[in-house]
Design a protein around this ligand. Structure first.
Ligand SMILES: [Zn+2]
Length: 577
């Protein structure tokens, strides 16, 4: 390991195509270069270590290259490229605003901006952590940003977009960098390991990627740390020891004890965890995440939300088969409560232990669900001490009738909304289950929206359609795909007194349109110069028995019709609908 170069530097991407996990940005930049429509000021926003500065440098190199490849990448051979590669190019100027945030620093930069580049066409000024600039520095900079010389390109990078003042925001083309997916980081680490002749366990690299929380740079420095600790063989054990991570196995084991209602065993495992020097808060958080992972594993559609390696995924899948959705939701609630109370608790150990005891007494539900699946073993349910006493007839129907209550397959995927990463509150799951969307009333009563000054100019249906399409084109389809669909699915009809009637499909669309109603009306009224325009939505009433249940409440009611025991289960769990 002589001449050790940290991986983050050694493997810093040198072309747009090798940037990890930011295709939406690199392809836009490439297109802009190709079509010669490059903006002069960019704002790169996003968490640390996801490639903002890297992209800025690649951009600087590419636009100065004398001999762009067909794929709009720098040639790596011309004079400009070689000066970039050796770090000697004068066409890229980096200012770290975190440590150089004074007016003088900015004046220094502004002075430089006046000079045209000696080699190449553009000078690129990268200001990192631009939100750290002082107010005076910001003001001094504004003028230059407003009228930059043709050769200058500014790239402002920040981790905190909300701190950027609007005057700067409005002058920049803004790009939002993603946190990088665990899988992307893992495969990048695998490649590096291969190039460095390091053998690495994929599970181990997965843990590193997870811990990096979307930041590639952090992942790479952890990788380096472990290489220097464990040598050229990165094992799972080396990683969890070195990064002080609680082994997955503990969570699997403790969940098994909860399912089998083995209270004493769960307390013993917790004790072992504390003895190994782990913090109780850390444990309860990890346990919550474990339950969340089990919940998403219950469905083949949501299982992709699991950001773990393949072998661990199988383990999750296997354990999740032993738990019902209802059990997992309750466990999540309990772990979340413990997490919430932890900081203020006087006896934190007891708090966690109590939670474990409560969790273990929920194990019953898990076994119920298993019994329901295996109709040949109905006795399991009856033998267990049940929270609520059933009559014999009820017990029979409980076991035999199909479909079983809360069985994973019966719960439509969209009902179990789980935050993708780092869930913070389990209530988000239960509340999304419980929240009824405004019931199916076909006549919408919405508060009046008033605008004035547009007059009451008559317009034709054709004119309406033009303005309608214009509004539709302005909808950000990526961010609001559902709203776009609701808005464009049916053609609006022009009725008397400038009332526009729009057919929609369901209450969800109705809600989306209601939320955006103000914007829609303001737009239509000003464009068509008519303040009397109103928007009414309707959806055709279908015979209730034929209508597909859409809202959670409707789905629940339908489940209840098919199996009345669902309601009993709901009551015994004290779920709120
Ligand atoms: Zn070149």
């Amino acid at each position: 390991m002589d001449n050790f170069v940290v991986s983050a530097r050694k493997y810093r991407p040198a072309t747009f195509d090798t940037v990890v996990g930011q295709v939406h940005i690199t392809s836009t930049l490439k297109n802009a270069i190709k079509s010669k429509h490059l903006a002069q000021a960019f704002l790169f926003c996003g968490p640390r270590g996801v490639g903002k500065t890297t992209c800025a440098r690649i951009l600087a190199k590419t636009i100065n290259c004398f001999n762009l490849t067909e794929n709009t990448e720098a040639c790596d051979a011309c004079d400009s490229c070689t000066s970039f590669n050796s770090g000697q190019s004068l066409n890229v100027y980096e200012l770290d605003a975190a440590s150089n945030n004074s007016v003088d620093d900015i004046r220094n930069l502004i002075d430089q901006v006046r000079f045209a580049p000696q080699l190449g066409k553009h000078k690129v000024y990268i200001i990192d952590e631009v939100h750290m600039l002082s107010q005076a520095a910001f003001n001094a900079f504004l003028k230059t940003l407003e009228e930059p010389p043709a050769h200058a390109i500014f790239i402002l990078a920040t981790t905190e977009k909300h701190k950027i003042i609007p005057t700067i925001l409005s002058r920049c083309q803004s790009f939002d960098f993603n946190r990088i997916q665990v899988d992307d980081i893992t495969s990048h680490l695998l490649e590096i390991a291969k190039k460095e002749n390091i053998t690495a366990d994929e599970n181990a690299l997965h843990i590193i990627s997870q811990k990096a929380d979307g930041g590639l740079r952090d992942a790479l420095s952890m990788f380096d740390q472990i290489v220097s600790f464990a040598g050229n063989n990165i094992t799972y054990k080396a990683v969890i020891d070195n990064l002080n991570i609680l082994d997955y196995d503990y969570y699997f084991k403790i969940t098994d004890t909860i399912i089998s209602e083995n209270i004493s065993q769960s307390l013993l495992i917790f004790n072992e965890i504390l003895d190994n020097g782990f913090d109780g808060h850390n444990f309860i958080n990890g346990l919550g995440e474990h339950f969340r992972n089990l919940l998403v594993s219950k469905d083949t559609v949501t299982i992709q939300l699991l950001e773990v390696s393949k072998s661990i995924k199988e383990k999750y899948n296997e354990q999740s088969q032993k738990c019902s959705v209802a059990l997992l939701i309750n466990l999540l609630k309990l772990s979340n409560e413990a997490d919430y109370k932890y900081k203020t608790s006087k006896n934190q150990r007891l708090l966690v232990e109590l939670s474990l005891i409560q969790m273990s007494s929920f194990g019953l539900m898990a076994t119920e669900s298993v019994a329901e699946k295996k109709n040949d073993q109905p006795k399991q349910v009856i033998e267990k001490p049940i929270v609520k006493t059933y009559t014999e007839a009820e017990q029979k129907s409980e076991v035999v009738s199909e479909p079983a209550p809360m069985l994973p397959n019966n719960v439509p995927v969209e009902e179990v909304k789980v935050p993708v990463k780092k869930f913070q509150s389990s209530t988000s799951i239960s509340s999304s289950l419980n929240k009824p969307i405004s019931e199916n009333n076909t006549n919408t009563t919405i508060q009046e929206i008033k605008t004035v000054g547009n007059g009451t100019t008559p317009f034709s249906e054709i004119e309406l359609m033009q303005v309608w399409d214009e509004f539709a084109n302005n909808i950000n389809k990526k961010e609001m795909p559902n709203f776009y669909a609701s808005f464009t699915q049916h053609k609006p009809e022009l009725k008397e007194n400038y009332v526009i009637q729009l057919k929609i499909e369901n209450v969800v669309q109705q809600k989306e349109l209601t939320d955006e109603r103000f914007n829609i009306l303001s737009f239509l009224r000003s464009k068509l110069k008519n303040d009397s325009i109103d928007l009414v939505t309707y959806f055709p009433t279908v015979d209730d028995s034929q209508r597909k249940p859409y809202t959670n409440t409707e789905k629940y009611k339908r489940m209840q019709e098919i199996n009345p025991n669902v309601e009993k289960l709901r009551q015994s769990l004290d779920l709120d609908f």
